[in-house]
Design a protein around this ligand. Structure first.
Ligand code: MN
Length: 204
């Protein structure tokens, strides 16, 4: 599913939950800063950079792959945060994967539990600011990738399915330096119906 601009502009995504719904793992204060300030700034900077450029009007995913420099950073951060915020729910429709995605996770990581442990560990060991991803190739094979700064596996021809933001702004107000604790707790807020839909889309 590609994210198309509306009248040439990308918009701040609306959250499908109240700003205090994910507390205490993600507090209302963090949502106000992370979604309302950080993400809004990335969207504004992206729109400003795109105005009059050859990439204006393209879907966000194509801008991420084709842009460079500051535009690339702001496009990446916009896409990354959209995927991040929309995968959470205070009342997930699915608290674990089922079907084809569950089978692929078992095949690749041994079990869902092993996958979550490895995913959190890859987030903990990512040095500095960045994102840890579960991504699929065109055949549905899974891998975990670590991306620095605004990186997204879409740049390597992969389909992003699930991500944890390990920039300090994502967790510092609620967990201070305890990144590992927040990543473990984030697992409880994942709605696997959203992640499964991304996997189905990746296999189209
Ligand atoms: Mn962030």
């Amino acid at each position: 599913m590609k994210t198309k601009p509306i009248n040439g502009k990308f918009e701040l995504i609306a959250l499908p939950y109240a700003e205090d719904a994910l507390a205490p793992v993600i507090s209302a204060e963090t949502i106000r800063f992370h979604h309302g300030k950080h993400l809004q700034a990335y969207v504004n900077n992206l729109n400003a950079a795109l105005a009059g450029s050859p990439l204006e009007g393209l879907p966000l995913e194509e801008v991420v792959v084709k842009s460079e420099g500051g535009m690339r950073n702001n496009a990446g951060q916009t896409l990354n945060h959209n995927l991040y915020f929309l995968q959470f729910s205070p009342t997930p429709a699915k608290t674990a994967p089922t079907g084809e995605l569950a089978a692929a996770i078992d095949r690749t990581f041994g079990s869902f539990e092993n996958f979550m442990t490895e995913f959190v560990q890859k987030g903990v060991t990512l040095f500095g600011s960045g994102w840890v991803w579960l991504a699929a190739d065109n055949d549905g094979n899974l891998q975990i990738t670590q991306e620095s700064n605004a990186g997204n596996p879409i740049q390597h021809g992969l389909h992003p399915l699930l991500t944890f933001d390990v920039w300090e702004h994502a967790y510092y107000l609620d967990y201070q330096n305890r990144r590992a604790d927040q990543l473990k707790d984030l697992g409880k807020l994942l709605d696997w119906s959203v992640i499964e839909a991304r996997y189905t889309d990746a296999l189209q």
